[in-house]
Structures are given as C-alpha cells and as structure tokens.
Design a protein around this ligand. Structure first.
Ligand code: SF4
Length: 311
C-alpha cells in the first residue's frame, strides 16, 4: 500500500476468538427486533412499505437519517410521523457494534474489537462474534482497516488470521457496522485522536483486515454500495481499496463492479517462494494473477498512479 504499511496493519490483526456464522435479517431472539443497519435503500423501502402504510419516500427519509445524518434513535428522526417512530421503536433498531475492547498506540493507531450478536440484530449485551478493525490516523488522512470475514481459509504463513479457522463471511451490516461504529467512537470520545474539526474522521477505507474480501464478493459489493452512495455515507470509491491475495476470478470485478482501488498482497516475485508462503498461489499462479491485474488496469477509472499497489 502507498500509505498504509501492510505489516503495520497485520501487527494488529488476528487473535483467537470464538465466533458464530452470520444469519442476516433474522430477528433478535429475545427482543424480536430487527437491526436496520446494513440494509440498502431498496431493502429498507421493501421492509417499511410492506409492514406499514408508509410510502417509499418515507423509506428514503429513514435511509437519510441512518446513513447521512448518522442518527440511530428513531425518536430523533423528526420528519417521520409519531406513529411510524413508535412502530419502528417497537419492532426495529439501528444498532452499532459493541466495542468489546480497544487498544491505543502512542502514534494514534487504535485497534478495535467489535462485537456482533449471533443473530445480527446487534442487540445482545454479550456479543459472541468478534471482529478486528484498525484506525490509522496520519497527517492528511485517516484510514480504517476493515475486516471482511471471520477468520480466513487461505493460511498465508505470515498472517495470524491465517492460523484461525474460517468461520464465515461478514454481512453488509457487519462490514458497514465496523465503519460507523468506529466513526461514532471517534466523534464522541474526547480522548480520540481527532483534535481538529477540519480533519477527516475516516477518509479512507482499506479492506485489509481479517479475511479475503474477494471471497466474500457479494457482501463486499453491497457494503461498498452503501459506503459510496451519495444519498448516504457518500465516501468516494477512489478512497476505498480492496486488498487481495489474488482471487483472480474477481480481480477484474474490483474495477468493473466495485470501481475501487486494488492492492495485491504479493510478498514474493516468483511462484516457488510465493507458493510456500501463500498457498493460494498454487491455485492461481503469478502469471494469471498479473494478467488479471493488467485487465483490472484497463477497466479501472481510478487515478492511473494509484489504482493498483503491491505489498
Ligand atoms: S488472505 Fe489475508 S487474512 Fe487470509 S491468511 Fe492471507 S493475509 Fe491473512
């Protein structure tokens, strides 16, 4: 990466935690409430218009409150009717992740351990799914290193996550939830590294945490759709980087379907060495990988000098 050193990130990534696979959209067993976080505008519209008499434009208002205004309490959504606010409060929630633990470094880096409950409603006081996210502030930018899976199946020899059993893909809720929870913490805590209102809270996202993002492509695409939507979170796709060990069938899609920047986790310049430290290289060798990168470059609309980086 240009500005985020891979070793710097991997220092913080990967511990052994018990996790349970995701089950999107399932109501919380105790409260019966569904977490609306992670739903797209069409999904939100479908849910609201089918369960209430509200028109689609009301779903747009709700979407704007959640993703643009970052208001998570229905009672504060003042342009929704009192009846709808009551209905939403009774049946739904907009619940961020629990901050299970955080560690701060003297350079301002913060490692978060976020907890998500097993049913994705996010309302459990005892989250049993833990994911790592790392905040890296620099002079002119602030990068959040985000996870895409619980554990990883690819077993790269230099990576602690590779020693953990793969236990499931993160859902859009769990991916976007990392970003919104970190942002919420950074804005609301006086001891956060933000001491200048003009400084971006989170200016860049790198999918370089736990897991191989291109093996969770559908949820990655949904999450990036939410992050970049100009009617919501509105983060430029040029500020988002997906790092891959080389899942070549999806490399071109990073340009064609996601429109974001690409980082290749290379770590060796010949097949023999790379296969020893990155077993995925035995499946997709260096030449096919580089061919997919060349195709990515042809399709990418990102700045020529920044569209691909190698680690
Ligand atoms: S793909 Fe990434 S997370 Fe998975 S083992 Fe390799 S370096 Fe670690």
């Amino acid at each position: 990466m240009n500005s985020v050193n891979a070793k710097h990130v991997h220092r913080f990534i990967g511990r052994n935690y018990s996790t349970i696979p995701a089950a999107p959209g399932v109501k919380h067993a105790t409260t019966g409430k569904t977490n609306l976080l992670g739903l797209s505008l069409p999904e939100l519209s479908d849910l609201i218009t089918k369960s209430t008499a509200a028109k689609p434009f009301v779903a747009k208002q709700l979407y704007t409150w959640i993703y643009k205004s970052k208001v998570y309490n229905f009672e504060q959504m003042t342009n929704l009717s009192k009846e709808l606010r009551g209905y939403l409060t009774e049946n739904h929630g907009v619940t961020l992740a629990k901050i299970h633990k955080l560690q701060k470094s003297t350079d301002g880096t913060i490692k978060f351990l976020f907890g998500f409950s097993a049913d994705n409603a996010g309302t459990s006081e005892k989250p049993n799914k833990i994911v790592e996210t790392v905040y890296i502030p620099e002079e002119n930018r602030a990068t959040l290193c985000v996870s895409s899976q619980y554990g990883c199946s690819l077993n790269c020899k230099f990576c602690h996550t590779g020693t953990q059993k793969f236990q499931g893909n993160l859902t859009p809720l769990e991916i976007v939830g990392q970003i919104l929870t970190a942002e919420n913490y950074l804005i609301n805590n006086t001891d956060s590294p933000l001491n200048n209102a003009n400084k971006p809270v989170i200016s860049n996202i790198v999918f370089m945490g736990q897991g191989e993002p291109l093996m969770n492509f559908r949820n990655l695409k949904a999450a990036i759709g939410l992050l970049s939507d100009s009617g919501g979170i509105s983060l430029s796709r040029k500020k988002i980087t997906v790092s891959t060990s080389g899942i070549i069938k999806n490399v071109e899609k990073v340009a064609a379907d996601l429109g974001v920047r690409l980082a290749i986790s290379l770590h060796a310049s010949n097949d023999k060495t790379r296969s020893l430290i990155m077993p995925i290289n035995k499946v997709f060798g260096l030449e096919p990988l580089m061919e997919s990168v060349r195709n990515f470059v042809k399709l990418s609309k990102c700045d020529k000098t920044k569209r691909v980086t190698f680690e």
